[in-house]
Design a protein around this ligand. Structure first.
Ligand code: SAM
Ligand code: SF4
Length: 465
């Protein structure tokens, strides 16, 4: 099979699920002991954890996931904001407000000046990382619109603000387009398969290029072959059985690892939310409840310990808080999913938006909350700017060496935020979180961090190792 062909093997999935249909506590303990070694899990192990329902075993699963998260990521939580540049779309995904035939959504593709305006609003809040998002239909310039938009984002300087990493979530591209995207210096390219189940895929993708399952599932191969080695993967949970989807996603991950020596940099776990003009979005065929959702995050953390997990503002503040401990490593904050939403102020206009948000808090409030819980919000972009991506990143991450970079970088970028953007209340809580973190560090890393923090306090910016 060539790298660009990938077939989800349904037999592997059903065998794993059947074998683990009756779970006993001895087997669960065995899997959790294996998971603690942080070397990942196979399909049968994962299926065993999926079948846990006993509250005591569930508690043990959560504890093991917490330990894994702690060991690998410490208290860091990377912060980013999505930037929707356009809601034009030629596809007909029945769960999405942007689908072509939806008369209830107002269409808008931001002009470059409007994108710059949005970015300047985000910079004023203190954001350094943007996830650029668009529907699959670009204004007159075609694909150049995407490339120009990235240039615009990197070009905006608002006071001390700048965007240091642009990740993108746009429809699958051709080989040539991926090469051009790579030249734009993007961070991660994300695309979610939505559902790995072909029949379900066919039912919910009714028109347009997105009807082609294979074009979508092979898009990360094309990205990798074009040299974009940080890719993001995901399932839209709610369309089909979460257990099937997750095991299929594991096959996709193994395919990337086998073909390119490195799996995805991040996994997103979007759950379907109500979307204007979509009945399906309000009544997901296979919804995933909150307890199962937490279990899912814990399982992914243990199955692929070194892959980042992204939790968006689709989820409520409470669910987000609970999943940080279970393995989430990146969160969006203060998000708008309507093009122009940051410039238009307080209230999101749902007639432009892709779906409803669960967490409407502004960045400062999220940072205060997260820091109050003892986490260190990180705006770090060091790895990508020093070329530590793909395999190089994993080679450092696996033996735990990345910590010597991430921990000080998280503190220096957090301090930058606290000094330049935070409200007094947030700053006080944040500085206390930094002190606590320093106190827990190994001496050499503490010393390195303190030197970097001193530089930030004396006015230097963008300090990273
Ligand atoms: N249009 C591109 C595509 O489909 O790949 C770019 C990304 S789309 C704007 C971002 C993601 O939003 C989709 O991949 C899908 O998983 C998610 N999404 C769509 N409708 C949603 C809904 N109702 N609730 C939650 N997420 C949704
Ligand atoms: Fe368009 Fe993406 Fe929405 Fe589908 S999910 S309708 S492709 S924006």
């Amino acid at each position: 099979m060539s790298a660009k062909e990938i077939r989800i093997d349904e037999n592997l999935i059903s065998t794993a699920l059947e074998k683990s249909a009756r779970v006993d506590s001895v087997r669960v303990e065995e899997v959790l002991a294996k998971a603690s070694e942080l070397k990942g899990l196979n399909d049968e192990d994962i299926a065993v954890l999926m079948n846990i329902s006993d509250p005591v075993l569930m508690g043990k699963l959560f504890d093991t996931a917490k330990e894994a998260k702690d060991t690998i990521y410490g208290r860091r939580l990377v912060i980013f904001a999505p930037l929707y540049i356009s809601n034009l779309c030629a596809n007909e995904c029945s769960y999405c407000a942007f689908r072509a035939s939806n008369p209830d959504v107002h269409r808008r593709a931001l002009r470059q000046e409007e994108i710059a305006q949005e970015v300047s609003m985000l910079e004023k809040q203190g954001h350094k990382r943007i996830l650029m998002v668009a529907g699959e239909s670009y204004p007159q310039e075609g694909f150049d619109y995407v490339l120009n938009s990235i240039d615009t984002i990197y070009g905006v300087r608002e006071g001390k603000g700048e965007i240091r990493r642009v990740n993108v979530n746009i429809a699958p591209l051709t080989d040539d387009e991926f090469k051009r995207l790579k030249e734009r210096n993007i961070g991660t390219y994300q695309v979610f398969q939505e559902t790995y189940h072909r029949d379900t895929y066919k039912k919910v993708h009714i028109k347009g290029k997105k009807t082609d399952y294979d074009w979508r599932i092979t898009s990360l191969d094309r990205a990798m072959e074009a040299g974009i080695n940080d890719v993001g993967i995901g399932v839209l949970y709610g369309l089909y059985d979460w257990r099937y989807e997750t095991l299929a996603m594991m096959q996709h991950i193994r395919h990337l690892e086998d073909a390119y020596g490195v799996g995805p940099h991040t996994i997103s776990v979007p759950r379907m939310e109500p979307a204007i003009g979509s009945d399906l979005a309000s009544h997901p065929p296979q919804p995933i409840d909150d307890v199962t959702f937490r279990k899912l995050v814990a399982i992914i953390r243990l199955a692929v310990p070194y892959t980042g997990i992204i939790m968006s503002t689709r989820e409520t503040a409470n669910i987000r808080r609970e999943t940080f401990a279970l393995g989430v490593s990146q969160i969006s904050a203060g998000s708008r999913t309507n093009p122009g939403g940051y410039s238009e102020g307080e209230k999101q206009d749902d007639t432009f938006a892709q779906f409803q948000l669960g967490d409407h808090r502004e960045l400062d409030e999220v940072i205060r909350d997260v820091a109050g819980m003892g986490y260190i919000p990180s705006f770090c972009t060091g790895c990508y700017r020093l070329g530590r991506t793909g395999q190089d990143f994993m080679d450092l991450a696996k033996p735990g060496a990345i910590k010597a970079h991430c921990a000080p970088n998280a503190l220096s970028t957090f301090m930058e935020y606290l000094i330049d953007y935070a409200s007094p209340e947030t700053r006080a809580i944040g500085e206390k979180a930094i002190e606590d973190e320093l106190a827990d560090m190994a001496p050499a890393i503490r010393e390195r961090s303190q030197t970097m923090l001193d530089k930030i306090r004396s006015g230097e910016r963008d300090v990273y190792v």
